[in-house]
Design a binder for this molecule. Structure first.
Ligand code: GDP
Ligand code: MG
Length: 202
């Protein structure tokens, strides 16, 4: 089994992140926690590629619909539909328009617990509920209610894989194996090495 420090996750700086000049800020936050960027590219995608991305997990339609319904209920609001699949169909339509509206920056980040650490830094899906200190909490004021009223996807700057399995499927969907680079960072010595030697002169 691979060492935990070799875990990888897939991230997209969505079109709003590019347009708002926040790509550097996003990269900075992953870098400063100690993660290593192992792949990156700017691209413009087709609606088909976006739909495939979101439906790589056959459960995504149901789970995302249920998450939205719960989000409305928690705030004492009535969801736009009681049927999770109906909600996700509308979300997916909005996502295709959103994700193809301009260039995006795709990345793979590597490091210990990369999937969970990146999700923690990114924050909850709905910016209205994401904690301050997270990227979505600090830089976005969007909500499900506002996005659904305007029949569009929530603009939350970033996509980040939700599990190691999702990350593996998404990396294969977005990158060729040779585009993901295996290399060492000198800082890994201080971040991961079981013993730290040679820092001081004799
Ligand atoms: P993520 O993993 O946190 O990005 O969230 P999901 O995988 O559940 O949803 C994918 C994307 O769809 C989100 O990042 C939002 O842009 C959008 N989205 C999700 N749920 C809703 C919703 O209820 N309404 C709207 N309008 N957009 C949503
Ligand atoms: Mg997701």
């Amino acid at each position: 089994m691979a060492h935990l420090k070799e875990e990888r996750t897939f991230v997209i700086a969505k079109p709003d992140a590019v347009q708002r000049g926040l790509v550097g800020e996003i990269i900075k936050r992953f870098e400063q926690v100690g993660l290593k960027m192992v792949a990156t590219k700017m691209t413009v995608v087709t609606p088909e590629h976006v739909e495939q991305h979101y439906t790589l997990d056959p459960e995504w339609r149901r789970v995302t619909g249920e998450k939205t319904i719960e989000g409305y209920r928690k705030k004492g609001l009535t969801p736009p539909s009681e049927d999770p699949l109906e909600i996700t169909a509308a979300v997916l339509k909005g996502l295709k328009a959103y994700m193809t509206s301009g260039p995006i920056v795709c990345m793979v980040w590597e490091g210990a617990h990369a999937v969970k650490i990146v999700r923690k830094i990114v924050g909850a899906t709905e910016p209205l509920s994401s904690d301050m200190g997270t990227i979505r909490g600090d830089y976005v004021l969007d909500s499900y209610q506002m996005a659904d009223t305007d029949k569009r996807a929530v603009r939350n700057l970033i996509h980040a894989s939700g599990s190691v399995k999702e990350a593996e499927d998404e990396m294969a969907h977005w990158f060729k194996p040779e585009e993901i680079i295996d290399y060492k960072l000198v800082q890994e010595q201080i971040v991961y090495a079981p013993e730290i030697d040679g820092l001081l002169g004799k």
